[in-house]
Design a protein around this ligand. Structure first.
Ligand SMILES: O=C(O)CCC(=O)C(=O)O
Ligand SMILES: [Fe+2]
Length: 210
C-alpha cells in the first residue's frame, strides 16, 4: 500500500499546474496530482468499502434514479439539499479524510465534505448543473479529484457563447474558483467509448451553523 502521507505532489505554484482564466471563472488543473499507483489503491478501496447509493431525485416533476452512484460524506453538520432531497453525510472514511486533508493543505482550503461519484462506464453521466446550493455560500471554491477512466468534463457559460471541455484523466485535480458556479454550468457527458469505471470526489465547504 503506498503511503498517502508521503506526498511529493506539487504545490499550487509549481510547474505542471495549468491555470484557465475564463470570463467569470478561474480554473486550476494539476494533471496527475495523484500518481497511478496511489490512485488505483484509493479507487479499489473506495469502490469496495463505501455504501454506494443510487438515490431517486425529482427532476422536472419526474422521479428518476441518478445515472451513477454516489456517497455524501463529511462533518456531521454538512447536510446538503438538492433536487428536493436532503442528504445527511456519511461519517468520514479514513482514506477520504486523508485525501481531504491533503487537498486542503496543498490548495490552502478548508473543505469539510465530499460528494463521491462513481460512473461504472461511459453510459453513466452527470447532466448540466452548477454547484450553487445555498449551503455552499456565494462563489464557493470546489475541488474535484478524478480517478480511473478518463472522462470529458464540459463547461458552458450560462449567458454567453463560451464553452470548454477538459479531458479529466486518472489522478487529475481540478479547482473551480471565482463566480464559476454562478455563471457556468458543468457536466460529465455520456461517452460510448469509455468502458471502465471512474470515481470522482468533489470537495466542498459547508459552514457550521451557530
Ligand atoms: O464527476 C465529475 O467530474 C463532476 C462531479 C460534479 O460535478 C459534482 O459532483 O457536482
Ligand atoms: Fe458539479
Amino acid at each position: 500500500m503506498p503511503d498517502l502521507s508521503d506526498s511529493d505532489n506539487q504545490s499550487r505554484s509549481a510547474v505542471g499546474c495549468q491555470r484557465f482564466v475564463l470570463p467569470d471563472a478561474e480554473l486550476w488543473l494539476w494533471p496527475r496530482w495523484l500518481d497511478a499507483e496511489r490512485s488505483a489503491v484509493v479507487m479499489q478501496r473506495l469502490q469496495q468499502q463505501l455504501q454506494w447509493q443510487q438515490p431517486e431525485l425529482r427532476l422536472f416533476g419526474n422521479v428518476v434514479s441518478i445515472p451513477r452512484q454516489q456517497v455524501w460524506m463529511g462533518d456531521a453538520h454538512c447536510s446538503y439539499r438538492y433536487s428536493g432531497v436532503t442528504f445527511v453525510p456519511e461519517p468520514w472514511h479514513p482514506l477520504v479524510q486523508k485525501l481531504t486533508a491533503w487537498v486542503n493543505q496543498q490548495l490552502n482550503q478548508r473543505f469539510n465534505c465530499v460528494l463521491l461519484n462513481l460512473y461504472q462506464n461511459g453510459s453513466e453521466h452527470m447532466g448540466w448543473h452548477s454547484d450553487d446550493e445555498p449551503e455552499l455560500g456565494l462563489n464557493p471554491d470546489i475541488a474535484s479529484l478524478s480517478l480511473g477512466q478518463a472522462r470529458r468534463f464540459d463547461l458552458k457559460h450560462k449567458h454567453q457563447q463560451y464553452q470548454l471541455s477538459l479531458p479529466l484523466q486518472d489522478g487529475d485535480l481540478l479547482l473551480m474558483q471565482g463566480p464559476c458556479q454562478q455563471y457556468w454550468l458543468h457536466r460529465v457527458p455520456k461517452q460510448a467509448q469509455a468502458s471502465s469505471a471512474r470515481l470522482n470526489l468533489t470537495f466542498r465547504y459547508i459552514e457550521k451553523p451557530l
